[in-house]
Design a protein around this ligand. Sequence first.
Ligand code: MN
Ligand code: MN
Length: 313
Amino acid sequence: MNDNPAFGADLQPFMGIPSFMRLPVTRELKDVDVAILGVPFDSGTSYRTGTRFGPRKIRETSLMIWGHNSTLNVTPLKKLKVVDYGDVSVIPTSIEHTMTAITRTAGEIIETGTTLITLGGDHSIALPLLRAHAKKYGPVSLIHIDAHIDTWEAEFEAVPYSHGTPFRHALQEGLIRKGEYMQIGIRGPVSGENDYVDARKLGARIVTIHEVMEKGVKEILKEIRERMKGPVYVTVDIDSVDPAYAPATGTPEVGGLTSYQLLQLVRGLHELNLIGFDLVEVSPPYDHGDITAILASNIVFEYLSLLAIKKTL
Ligand code: MN
Ligand code: MN
């Protein structure tokens, strides 16, 4: 198996057709360890849109990843058979139809025993992804890295789903194990001191950005390891990172993680029973020099490295 399909004597990162890390684009999942899936959907967004262009741009920037993770000392594509499954057929004008399509496609993939890595899209896609994973694994332990809690009540009662509500539904639907839900990096202006009370009542352990900066990433990782006992699903909203490092997102909040802190946080999850991952809210029209998309593809590579380590354990 070529451990570095994006490169070759006659192939440069700016050449050719950009699947994720130039992996084969296929829906044949026999003996496949990991599938990369795009969900180019941003109609759950409340402020500025553009994350529908996220999966394509993340695939493009992934061509600069050479293949070996020197920090974790692993070459993921040597250990794992990975494919690019393409995108979910979204319907940009219907969040409900799209959610059904996401649950169905994700379910088809993970039913075969293949681990799913999803590229968003806005954060509303996490709910149908969690539905699919909970159907296979039962309720999950959830690590949610974000500036926002996303457990808000629906703004409009008639429209319960948006990128601000997925985890309220997930909790109410019993998709998350009790006491095993951490929101990490939380910050930004809220309407009052009670805004986070509701999330805590629902069962979220809120780790504010202040707490991350005071304690450091290592301490947070320690708590994650102590708390998470079930199958672990990880959902990363790129707006957890400071807009200085990740400007291309729909709802930027100042004072976030550095790129390195997010890498450190994801890299530190290697002892957990990892079953699924998504990275959302990359909105390329707001990017500068592709810095947000480059970070995003590297975070995906970091998670892929963790799966490679898990396979060798
Ligand atoms: Mn979010
Ligand atoms: Mn967010």
